[in-house]
Design a binder for this molecule. Sequence first.
Ligand SMILES: C[S@@+](CC[C@H](N)C(=O)[O-])C[C@H]1O[C@@H](n2cnc3c(N)ncnc32)[C@H](O)[C@@H]1O
Length: 290
Amino acid sequence: MLIDIQSGGDAVLAVNHRLTKAGVDNPRLDARLLVANVLEITPTRLFSYPETPLSAGQVEQLSLLVERRAQREPMARILGSREFWSLNFKVNESTLVPRPDSETLIEAVLARIEDRNAPLSILDLGTGSGCLLLALLSELKAATGLGVDISEHALKTASGNAQTLGFGDRARFQRSNWFENIDKTEMPFDLIISNPPYISDDDISRLQPDVSKYDPYVALSGGGDGLDAYHKLMPKMSDWLTLDGVIAIEIGMDQALNVAGFGEAGALELEEICKDIAGLDRVLVFRLKP
Ligand SMILES: C[S@@+](CC[C@H](N)C(=O)[O-])C[C@H]1O[C@@H](n2cnc3c(N)ncnc32)[C@H](O)[C@@H]1O
């Protein structure tokens, strides 16, 4: 419980103290974000006006958020949103929190687009919050996209994000078990993107609790060897792609060779293995075999 708090500045000090004691990384940054959230002002404004008063109700609300953070609940889950590609995405218990590493996929796709005003069609398999599809729509001004997911709740979140970000007229969302329910009249797509679940069952138990406890299992689990989704997706990709289309698919550590092999067997040619900011293989880019 936080006590003797009158202003935003007091609150930041008290929250920083509590989170430091709880061993949270970056306690001061989190403290600023949590206090700003409760005050409904930006962290910059809080920094400039630390004297901003807090009501008793706001202190109580803050105490609850701080205890959640002290229990290692990720900030994105507490605040209900996360920035990706400089866009703000609502997230909830049914969506993966967008990861900075996934921006590698956006960069890989954009690097291959000659005309950003072309009316390209995009298919996003396992759209979650919609972050990949909507980030691409933000750059490709005449593109349209279909995002599919197995989770109805995730699709509602993605659709809400599309509306809020102003892409509601260019993005559609549909429940589908990978390609299963996508109408054949939709084919072919110029770009097919996916960040499927790719953690092996053994590895899920070894993940940090802020991931294993809070990200949805269906967004993480790639089955026994982590490759289940690729087994299902890669043989079908070529049927859904235009002749000069591009496929960009995120992979986990050490999966590049296997997934490249599934692609080759599925009439695809590996064009590039893209590394993330940590230098790890993160995205495979394929095209149709000539
Ligand atoms: C790793 S998350 C990626 C979410 C989002 N694209 C992102 O990059 O943050 C994988 C997504 O695939 C979805 N998914 C899992 N199995 C699926 C299936 N059989 N068919 C369609 N989507 C599935 C999950 O619900 C989840 O939203």
